[in-house]
Design a protein around this ligand. Structure first.
Ligand code: B4P
Length: 192
């Protein structure tokens, strides 16, 4: 199995690249952001609680997202592998993921970390906010709160995987196709 974590700050291109990579490599896309937005859309109690947190640019509690990922792993027993997009976002989530994968006799193959300067992140997200209707992209204050949350809580996940030699920085600037090529090259080296 090939299990990739696509890592990076908000707006770094995780969702954009995942959509293309799953087609090329036949992997399953697990995006906690998408799963949470489906719950919001369906107006479930979980979605209503999550929306309050997401609209402030903060992270949803670990147990909620870990539960979602656990169910999705169980629901896909025949998968060739997964692309984790936006998960794990805390060290506790990373430790939980390692345990869930170990139960399935597999592990993270590599973490590919998209690096994009902060002004570019903000302009991409404001741009998306203008058309997507995503309330967490709607204003710069919330976007900046997401970036602060990333530095405080998510950046330490890099150390967690670096310790096992599973962390690779990828330049996240350029066209979507250029970045796709960089990521594909890394994944190809794992599939061969
Ligand atoms: P996510 O849905 O994960 O969203 P994101 O990190 O903001 O965006 P992503 O990185 O996927 O977007 P992309 O760059 O592709 O999270 C949203 C919220 O959900 C979080 O703030 C949090 O509250 C909650 N949440 C999710 N997972 C959680 C977890 N594990 N734990 C706790 N809370 C969690 O796209 C951004 C824009 O850039 C797009 O418009 C795209 O078209 C554009 N773009 C992409 N690549 C580009 C390029 N090369 N050039 C120019 N523009 C580009």
């Amino acid at each position: 199995m090939v299990n990739i974590i696509l890592f990076g700050p908000p707006g770094s291109g995780k969702g954009t690249q995942s959509a293309n990579l799953i087609n090329k490599f036949g992997l399953i896309h697990l995006s906690t952001g998408d799963l949470l937005r489906s719950e919001i859309e369906a107006k479930t109690p979980l979605g209503q609680e999550a929306k309050k947190v997401m609209d402030q640019g903060l992270l949803v509690p670990d147990e909620v997202v870990i539960g979602m990922i656990s169910s999705k792993l169980d629901a896909n027993p025949e998968a060739r592998g997964f692309i984790f997009d936006g998960f794990p976002r805390t060290t506790a989530q990373a430790e939980a993921l390692d345990k869930l994968l170990a139960l399935k006799k597999t592990a993270i193959s590599n973490v590919l970390a998209l690096e994009v300067p902060e002004d570019e992140l903000i302009s991409r997200l404001l741009n998306r906010g203008a058309t997507s209707g995503r309330s967490d992209d709607a204003n710069e204050t919330v976007i900046r709160a997401r970036i602060v949350e990333y530095h405080n809580k998510t950046a330490p996940v890099a150390d967690h995987y670096s310790r096992y030699g599973k962390f690779k920085k990828i330049k996240g600037e350029g066209t979507v196709d250029e970045i796709f090529e960089r990521l594909s090259k890394e994944i190809e080296s794992l599939v061969e």
